[in-house]
Design a protein around this ligand. Structure first.
Ligand SMILES: Nc1nc2c(c(=O)[nH]1)N[C@H]1C(S)=C(S)[C@@H](COP(=O)(O)O)O[C@H]1N2
Ligand SMILES: [Mo]
Length: 437
C-alpha cells in the first residue's frame, strides 16, 4: 500500500527545517537562524556528513540540510536507526520495513520505536536509576538499577515485542493513530532480571490485583501532572516467569530509544504493557486506570462490531495476549524470479502467549497450502523462524501468502480481522508479489 507517512530527509527539511534539525541532530535553532550543535548532536552531524570533524560547526546555519546529505533521500539517521520509516515525528514513531526484519534477532538499528510522549532526560549514571515498588505489597522497595543487577539473578532471553496497533493501516474505516503497516514488531535479546523476583522481594499482598507502570517520559503537552503512558497487567500475568526488568538489549546497554536505562518487558502482550524508562510499579487492588487503560485505548469491543461502529464504553475490554502472526522477511516484495530456480521464502512467526504449531504458504491466493519448515523457539516468546521452497508452475504473476497456526489451532485470517475503534490486533496474512519469468 502507498506509504503516506514515509519521509525523506529532504522532505523533513522542506516541511519544517527547525523541527528537522531538532529531530535528526538534536539541534536547536534560534530566531536568527543560528543552529547550536553540541555534544551528541554535533557528533551525530559529524558522523552523518562522513568526516572526522566539522571545523566551522559554530557557523553552520540552522534549519539548512547539510549539503553532504542533501541528495540522500530517505536514508538518514534518527536515534541511531537505519532504513527506518518515520510514522510520526512528534512523538517519534519508527517502523521497520519488513525485509529488514530478516535477522533472527532484530538488530537495534532496525528495531521499531513507539513513543507516546517525549524522550526523558537520563543521567550519565545508569546504575543510579531508581525504581519504586509500592502499593499492595508487604514492604515498599526503592531499588537502584545497580542494586537490581546484584540482588537478583540476571537472565538473558529472546522475546518478540509487538505494538498492539501493528497492522492498523489495514483497517477500514481508518482508526486514528500511527498507520503501522506490519513492521511495528521485533525480536530482541533482552538482559535483566525477572519481574517476579522483584515483586516477590517486596511481598505481593493478597489484595494485589493489577500492576500499574510509570515511566520518566514527559507528556507531549509538557504538563508534569500528566503521564505519556501508564499501563499495567493482571497480577497473575505479571508474576509469570518470562516477564523481565530489562537493562540490556542485544548485548548492549538498553538504548535510550528502547527505554534505557530500565524498562519492563511483558512479552506476548501489546507492547504498551512493556513500560520504558520505568520508575515505579504500583500494585493495585483493582484494574489500573492510568493513561492508556481506559476509553478506546488498548481496549477492544467484547463482541464483533460493524466497521466504523461506536462502541459503548462498558462494552470495551482491555486487550490481553496478542494473536498468532507471521512475516515474510525474504525475498523483499516484489520479487522477480526465473522459473527454473526454486523460490526460497523465509520469515518468522509468533503467537502472543501461545506457541506457533505450523506454518504454511500458498501461491494460489489461498486455494491450496504447502507446509513450511518451522523452528522451535529458542525460549518461550522468542520468534520462530520458518522456511519454504516453492516451485512456480508457469511464468506470470503470483503472490506468496504466509499463514501461521497456533497450538490451539487458531490461524491467521486472509482478510483483516474484527474491526475495532483504534485498530488493534490485525494479524492478517502477510503476502509478497512474485513475477516469474
Ligand atoms: N514510558 C513509555 N513506555 C512505553 C511507551 C511509551 O510511550 N512510554 N510506548 C509503549 C508502546 S505502545 C510500545 S509498542 C513499546 C515499544 O517499544 P520500543 O519503542 O522499544 O520498540 O513501548 C511501550 N512502552
Ligand atoms: Mo504500542
Amino acid at each position: 500500500m502507498s506509504d503516506k507517512n514515509e519521509r525523506g530527509l529532504r522532505e523533513l527539511y522542506d516541511r519544517d527545517p527547525e523541527r528537522a534539525d531538532w529531530l535528526v541532530f538534536g539541534r536547536i535553532t534560534d530566531t536568527n537562524r543560528r543552529g547550536f550543535l553540541k555534544g551528541a548532536g554535533l557528533a551525530a552531524m559529524t558522523a552523518a556528513v562522513g568526516a572526522a570533524s566539522i571545523p566551522f560547526a559554530r557557523h553552520m546555519p540552522g534549519g539548512l540540510i547539510p549539503a553532504a546529505l542533501a541528495e540522500e533521500v530517505g536514508d538518514f539517521e534518527i536515534l541511531g536507526k537505519e532504513g527506518i520509516i518515520i510514522r510520526n515525528d512528534r512523538p517519534i514513531n519508527l517502523e521497520t520495513p519488513v525485509h529488514l526484519l530478516d535477522d533472527e534477532v532484530t538488530p537495534i538499528r532496525h528495531f521499531f520505536v513507539r513513543n507516546n510522549g517525549g524522550l526523558p532526560e537520563v543521567s550519565e549514571d545508569p546504575d543510579g536509576w531508581m525504581l519504586t515498588i509500592d502499593g499492595e505489597v508487604e514492604g515498599p522497595l526503592e531499588l537502584s538499577l545497580g542494586e537490581l543487577k546484584t540482588r537478583f539473578e540476571t537472565i538473558t532471553r529472546q522475546a518478540q515485542l509487538e505494538c498492539g496497533g501493528n497492522g492498523r493501516a489495514g483497517f477500514n474505516p481508518s482508526p486514528r493513530g500511527n498507520q503501522w503497516v506490519i513492521g511495528a514488531v521485533g525480536n530482541g535479546e533482552w538482559t535483566g532480571c525477572r519481574l517476579k523476583d522483584v515483586l516477590e522481594a517486596a511481598g505481593v499482598g493478597a489484595s494485589a490485583v493489577y500492576t500499574a507502570h510509570y515511566g520518566a517520559d514527559p507528556h507531549l503537552s509538557g504538563d508534569p501532572g500528566r503521564d505519556a503512558l501508564s499501563r499495567g497487567v493482571p497480577i497473575d500475568k505479571a508474576l509469570e516467569e518470562q516477564n523481565m526488568l530489562v537493562w540490556g538489549m542485544n548485548g548492549e546497554p538498553l538504548p535510550l530509544a528502547h527505554g534505557g536505562p530500565l524498562r519492563v518487558l511483558i512479552p506476548g502482550w501489546a507492547g504498551s504493557c512493556s513500560q520504558k524508562w520505568v520508575t515505579r510499579i504500583w500494585l493495585r487492588e483493582r484494574e489500573h486506570d492510568g493513561q492508556g487503560m481506559t476509553g478506546l485505548s488498548y481496549r477492544v469491543p467484547r463482541y464483533p462490531v460493524e466497521p466504523g461502529a461506536e462502541v459503548p464504553d462498558e462494552d470495551m475490554v482491555v486487550m490481553a495476549s496478542m494473536p498468532v502472526k507471521s512475516v515474510i522477511t525474504h525475498p523483499q516484495n516484489p520479487v522477480e524470479v526465473s522459473r527454473d530456480e526454486h523460490l526460497r521464502v523465509r520469515g518468522h512467526a509468533w503467537a502472543g502467549d501461545r506457541r506457533v504449531a505450523a506454518m504454511h504458504v500458498s501461491i494460489d491466493f489461498g486455494a491450496t497450502w504447502q507446509e513450511a519448515s518451522l523452528d522451535e523457539p529458542v525460549n518461550p516468546y522468542a520468534w520462530q523462524h520458518w522456511l519454504a521452497e516453492i516451485e512456480l508452475p508457469s511464468p506470470g504473476y503470483f503472490e506468496v501468502w504466509a499463514r501461521a497456526t497456533d497450538d490451539q489451532g487458531v490461524m491467521q485470517p486472509a482478510v483483516v480481522p474484527g474491526w475495532n475503534p483504534r485498530g488493534y490486533l490485525n494479524n492478517s496474512q502477510h503476502r509478497i508479489a512474485v513475477r516469474a519469468v
